[in-house]
Design a protein around this ligand. Structure first.
Ligand code: NI
Length: 140
């Protein structure tokens, strides 16, 4: 697997975007609203040229049930690392046999060109995101 992005929870995506720019990030994608999860998502890349680390800013919109009040109160911070894998189902089975729990079934992620993602949890690793390897020629 290879690391695709670091997921950042942010309470205010507009303000976070401006602050990330101050430390050297550029916008990699437009800010989109995921209607299913009711979250705003935007990808940023570190550095002006390609190849820099990608972060995913996620902020809750109206009606979002993904993050508890307690979670939100802790403010902006990284909360998951996303790993790209060749075969999502195979990787899930492999990690399940290593005692990782599947906490969110594979589903298309509109912010990443509808590539499928799943979330798993390892007792000593915490939450991880698995992203199916891209099949087309799209950037994501
Ligand atoms: Ni992510």
């Amino acid at each position: 697997m290879k690391i695709h992005h670091i997921g950042y929870f942010v309470n205010d995506i507009e303000k976070a975007r401006e602050d990330f720019k101050k430390i050297g990030y550029v916008e990699k994608s437009r800010c989109i609203f995921d209607e299913i999860r009711k979250i705003f998502i935007q990808f940023m890349r570190f550095g002006e040229t390609g190849g820099g680390t990608i972060i995913e800013m996620i902020s809750p919109g109206e009606g979002c049930k993904l993050f508890s009040e307690k979670f939100r109160a802790q403010g902006s911070r990284p909360y998951h690392i996303c790993y790209e894998c060749e075969n999502l189902e195979e990787k899930i089975r492999e990690l399940q046999s290593e005692n990782f729990l599947l906490i969110r079934e594979p589903q298309p992620a509109p912010a990443i060109g509808n590539r499928r993602v799943a979330f798993m949890y390892g007792e000593n690793v915490g939450q991880i995101e698995l992203l199916e390897l891209k099949t087309g020629g799209k950037e994501f």
